[in-house]
Design a protein around this ligand. Structure first.
Ligand code: 48H
Length: 257
């Protein structure tokens, strides 16, 4: 005879253990799109003893990748991106001029599975709503249930500490905005978020590499957030830059660690 209370307790106690374990993390990632997933994967792959947690606002991770381009569920990458897809076991098809396509469902699924298997703790349905900042250095994240925020419940959040924070929230670069709103100066040429430029795929894919960097002490921009914070064009449904940005942010954090 199944006991519903044991099923409930199994979930509550196991989740609690997972949650308590990440309250002091080495790296906390905000956003579970392609760049955030890849960042988590490479951090753990290169340094398995790191404690890495990723918060995703929605129920599903994968961000803007599921829909490929205009909901045609194929993504495009170039040679460097293809190498990362190969590493994740994602099939890609050669198109013209050094472009490759891959099924976006297969790609997101492979990124998600490998990131979890690498040991990143992913907590979904949780939104990052603020940061901990002490003496002008980011020290952690403030989180809340997305559902509570969505219906406007007046619920105080919880907080966790992390040595490094990654803003992988995509176009809205939410972590950078949260910090800017507190009157803090960012590491951009103006001290403020520069903003994303109009589409220019070639430049967008190039500059995202240099824009993947620290935006505030211990806070790193990666993926589309990197071009939004430091000023770079959007690039449409070509995803190599997102994959590479995730890999680069992991390398830069490990160099600084
Ligand atoms: C928790 C949050 C919060 C928060 C947002 O948008 P994403 O897919 O981001 P990237 O940078 O990995 O990939 C960008 C790519 O999908 C894209 O949009 C491209 C290439 N656009 C080019 C163009 O020209 O349009 O994922 C971000 C994720 C999402 O799942 C959000 O739900 C999540 O972050 N998120 N999670 N707390 N405060 N804000």
């Amino acid at each position: 005879m199944l006991d519903e209370t044991i099923i409930s307790r199994a979930i509550i106690e196991t989740y609690k253990e997972k949650f308590v374990n990440i309250l002091k993390s080495d790296v906390a990632i905000a956003g579970g799109g392609p760049s955030g997933l890849i960042a988590g994967y490479y951090l753990k792959k290169k340094k398995p003893d790191l404690k890495v947690v990723l918060f995703e606002r929605k129920l599903s991770i994968g961000g803007g990748m599921w829909g490929g381009g205009m909901m045609m569920n194929e993504i495009v990458v170039q040679e460097e991106g293809k190498k990362i897809l190969d590493e994740f076991g994602v099939k890609s098809k050669k198109f013209e001029n050094g472009y490759y396509t891959a099924d976006s469902i297969e790609t997101v699924s492979a990124l998600a599975l490998n990131t979890v298997k690498a040991g990143v703790t992913i907590l979904n349905a949780i939104s990052v709503e603020d940061t901990i900042i002490e003496d002008n250095i980011a020290k952690g994240l403030v989180i809340n249930w997305t559902s509570a925020l969505d219906i406007g419940l007046h619920v105080d959040p919880l907080a966790l500490r992390a040595d490094h924070i990654i803003d992988a929230t995509g176009h809205p670069c939410e972590i950078a905005h949260l910090i800017e709103k507190k009157g803090k100066k960012l590491f951009t040429r103006t001290g403020k978020i520069i903003g994303e430029g109009a589409m220019y795929a070639d430049k967008g894919e190039r500059v995202i590499i240099e824009n993947t960097k620290e935006l505030f002490p211990n806070v790193w921009a990666c993926g589309m957030a990197a071009n939004a914070v430091f000023g770079g064009p959007r690039m449409g449904p070509i995803f190599g830059g997102m994959l590479l940005s995730g890999k680069i942010v992991a390398e830069k954090i490990l160099q600084k660690n």
